[in-house]
Design a protein around this ligand. Sequence first.
Ligand code: FAD
Length: 371
Amino acid sequence: MSRIDPFDVAIVGAGIAGTALGAHLARRGLSVCVLEAEPQPGYHATGRSAAFWLESYGGAAVLPLSRASRDFLDQPPANFSARGFLRPRGAIHLARGGGEDAFAALPAEATTEPLDPDRLAALIPGLRPEWRHGVAEPSCREIDVAGLHQAYRASLVRAGGRIECNAELVAARQAGGGWAIRLADGRELRAARLINAAGAWADRVAERCGLAPLGMAPKRRTMVQLRVAGIEARRLPLVSAIDGSFYFRGEGAHSVWLSPHDEVDSPPCDAAPEELAVATAIDRLEAVVDWTIEAVERKWAGLRTFAPDRVPVIGADPDCPSFFWYAGQGGTGIQTQPAAAALARALFLGEPPAGIAAGIDPAPFAPSRLR
Ligand SMILES: Cc1cc2nc3c(=O)[nH]c(=O)nc-3n(C[C@H](O)[C@H](O)[C@H](O)COP(=O)(O)OP(=O)(O)OC[C@H]3O[C@@H](n4cnc5c(N)ncnc54)[C@H](O)[C@@H]3O)c2cc1C
């Protein structure tokens, strides 16, 4: 049975979470090995997102992470990336006549401005007249997710870290003050500490390590790319129903990305879109705009994984200090990543949150709240 060298840290999962935290720790001089079950990193949630940064999204506990990440995403340090990862998009929260009271649920801290019906109609061509109420969130941006994930992987590798693909952790036990980890192909690995960044599989990984789960729930979300006629879609903002029934945004000259904003409980798996969800999404779009839909160009689904209180889980397991949770990133794991990873680094190293995570209270994220 072949062995891999002992590491200071083994990280399970090479999505955006595992690679970002791995890059931070490798840059601090720790030897890091990121284990990824799939043949390539980013195959699951990270490769399937809607790719937007929206300050009001994700709830009050997440907002400080989103906000603190914004400047890094826009203008990252030169030693991380020569270019930024954000592009202008803008967002509009939309309501039918009578539904406008729901705008009160937008977090007061987010920068929003009301739109009158004429302005709304100008921004969303073909908008049906019953959708009369809109609130703009101009700071919304599109994120180059693939570019960001690649930059974290490059940063990790430059700092001497390693990413092992086709490396599924199937079991791990505490041994000799660290972890003895067994992979699906029979290889073994030793690491002083273990980080669980396994996305939808976070609870399963904990159980494979002999620890109790925290109740992490993967939920399927469907996305559809439609070709539409008669409008210039490229500049369409992110348009999101305030009642949570859909969102869509421009993608290319004649295409839009659309989601029915579904959230269906799922076991951890290679999520696939269901026809009913695709049909529901199209029905809802047709009730909002009068566009001609020419084709479904692409459809996909991914799992957004939530703790029971929908707040990310960042910190050491209360029953096992050498096992660190970095999971439950829900629907905001891309837009929060720079600050969340900086916070996770501080907690992992036992330091006060610094840099872009300075001032962020780690308490709401503690795994102990869930046991
Ligand atoms: C449809 C959709 C739209 C979204 N839109 C946005 C958005 O607009 N903005 C935003 O900020 N966020 C968005 N998100 C959320 C974002 O994509 C996630 O929060 C983020 O990608 C989570 O990253 P992760 O690294 O935790 O998980 P993942 O990317 O799923 O990575 C976890 C990895 O762990 C690996 N793994 C699991 N078990 C093992 C094991 N035993 N051994 C080895 N490896 C293992 C998996 O193979 C996987 O690659 C969206 C998500 C979806 C699904």
